[in-house]
Design a protein around this ligand. Structure first.
Ligand code: KIV
Ligand code: ZN
Length: 537
């Protein structure tokens, strides 16, 4: 129990009639818009299952009209993930709304999320539409969505930079047309808590029918204020918060789900609200999303960073030993933080592996456990101690979440390098039709030579933007993880691989990128048309 904050009384929440906050997770839609964070269908399903287990209320699974790949992934989530409402984004266009219906019609609980930009800058430069047209299109879009869906959310994109009287008019029309949730996005992360509060107050005081709908907040982190603004929204009566795991998303990202949820829980004395998130699943879900997207969580990140519960200074350690709450406002167990990472070895069985996988956020069926177990045994033959990081790596690079089927596989690889010799690589790759293809190449070093040889075989062209090598665990037999980022005609892409041999690890990471791009096919081609063209946020 923490002592009450003496300032809490001044921040008493406005009364919207309920103390339950809807957690709307958009990791699979806005989160996936982080450069290089795209996921394949299998990965999206894995994350969606984890979000269901976490207890979120709404999963925004994608933007159905953006590409056939997006539509397929949303449909798979809609069919297979039961419990939360499954949502898909749409412009106020008949085609987008029809695509949402196609993607969501099999979901037991579904939501159509329509949006239209409302600010002067978007009206003039992006949409080239006058106010009247925006009013008409948004209410027509909502009305059309309501013909198929009972649950329709309307978002006024860039609401924060919209004239208040016009925003109120748009919102009122959307409610009249049948919107059940109204979202007030800070699309470019421009708001301050005080200005965001004023916008929400204005809407609550000036929009007829606002008490009938759920008011929602959606904040971006360009000024580092996404969580603060979202929490301000809750104090101002918003009862839905849109957020992502680890705060991933466009540019600086979205409000981080784990921070919003733990702030509401830890400072219930101020907020007086609750939500359905099982907080002990926060850390495992964060790890899963980080592994799947390749986006590392910074060590000092609140709630889920490696250092979030570490106490280094002697004076803090002393205080902790005497009375934990001297320096700790949350218990690590509350967020599912795993403090020990030494786990299994060659004699561990399926059951121990399955339990450890679940603790790490991977809830697998028996056949999937069998597949990971086979990879686990192979690794245990090479390595004495298997740590959590090794298990996560097996998941991401192994048979379950790795890109599969593969467009290209390594048959053999050898390199020569040293002082006074030209670094060279000789590679043989197998294509999906089973044929083997060979190439040799020189390079600036053995890794560069391998990449060039792969380019020759596959016809792949990209610019390497980042290359990182790190040891994922401790000890002499530790595996090295190579993660790299390339710039390709279809956008930024990341690849990762593990090996005890750094040249092989680099080769596998590069091939991981080549495979991801090869298997994305039409989706990346569509993504390459700028999202602006679609008017997407
Ligand atoms: O940032 C934004 O405005 C959005 C909306 C579509 C909700 O992502
Ligand atoms: Zn957004």
């Amino acid at each position: 129990m923490q002592p009450n904050d003496p300032g809490a009384e001044r921040e008493a929440p406005r009364d919207p009639g309920t103390d339950r906050v809807v957690i709307f997770d958009t990791t699979l839609r806005d989160g996936e818009q982080s450069p290089g964070a795209s996921m394949n269908i299998g990965q999206k399903l894995q994350v969606a299952h984890a979000l269901r287990d976490l207890g979120v209320d709404v999963i925004e699974a994608g933007f159905a009209a953006a590409s056939p790949g997006d539509l397929e992934a949303i449909r798979a989530v809609a069919r297979q993930v039961e419990g939360p409402i499954i949502a898909s984004l749409a412009r106020c266009h008949p085609g987008d709304i029809a695509a949402n219906w196609e993607a969501l019609k099999d979901a037991p609980r579904r939501r159509c999320h329509v949006f239209l930009a409302t600010s002067p800058i978007h009206r003039e430069f992006k949409l080239k539409m006058a106010r009247d047209e925006i009013l008409r299109r948004s209410s027509d879009g909502v009305a059309l969505a309501r013909e198929k869906f009972d649950d329709v959310e309307f978002s006024a994109e860039d609401a924060v930079r919209t004239e208040l009287d016009f925003l109120a008019e748009i919102v009122e029309r959307a409610i009249e047309a049948g919107a059940t949730t109204i979202n007030v996005p800070d699309t470019v992360g421009y708001a301050l808590p005080s200005t965001y509060a004023r916008t929400l107050q204005y809407l609550r005081q000036n929009v007829r029918g606002i008490d009938r709908i759920v008011l929602s907040v959606h904040c971006h982190d360009d000024l580092g204020l996404a969580v603060a603004n979202s929490l301000t929204g809750v104090l101002e009566g918003a009862r839905q918060v849109e957020c992502t795991i680890n705060g991933i998303g466009e540019r600086a990202g979205n409000a981080s789900l784990e921070e919003v949820v733990m702030a509401m829980k830890t400072r219930r004395d101020v907020f007086g609200v609750s939500c359905g998130v099982k907080t002990e699943r926060l850390y495992p879900t964060s790890r899963l999303v980080s592994q799947v997207t390749g986006l590392h969580v910074q060590r000092n990140k609140a709630i889920v960073g490696q250092n979030a519960f570490a106490h280094e200074a002697g004076i803090h350690q002393h205080g902790m030993l005497t009375h934990r709450e001297t320096y700790e406002i949350m218990r690590p167990e509350e967020v599912g933080f795993i403090s020990t990472s030494l786990v299994l070895g060659k004699h561990s069985g399926r059951h121990a592996l399955k339990e450890r996988l679940a603790a790490l956020g991977y809830l697998l069926d028996e056949s999937q456990v069998e597949a990971v177990f086979a990879d686990f045994k192979a690794l245990a033959d090479k390595k004495k101690d298997i740590y959590d990081a090794d298990i996560e790596a097996l998941m991401v690079h192994g048979q379950i979440l790795g890109v599969s089927p593969k467009a290209w596989e390594i048959v053999s690889l050898s390199t020569t390098s040293g002082t006074g010799t030209l670094p060279c690589a000789s590679v043989s790759l197998r294509s999906a039709d089973g044929k083997e293809h060979q190439a040799v190449s020189a390079g600036d070093g053995p890794v560069d030579a391998v990449f060039k040889a792969f380019d020759r075989v596959t016809g792949f062209h990209a610019r390497l933007r980042d290359y990182q090598l790190s040891s994922i665990t401790v000890g002499e037999d530790a595996q090295g993880e190579v993660s790299l980022e390339v710039e390709h005609a279809t956008g930024l892409h990341r690849g990762r691989a593990l090996s005890t041999d750094i040249i092989e690890g680099s080769a596998r990471a590069y091939l991981d990128v080549i495979n991801r791009i090869a298997l994305m096919g039409p989706r990346t081609a569509l993504d390459a048309q700028s999202r602006d063209e679609m008017g997407a946020p």
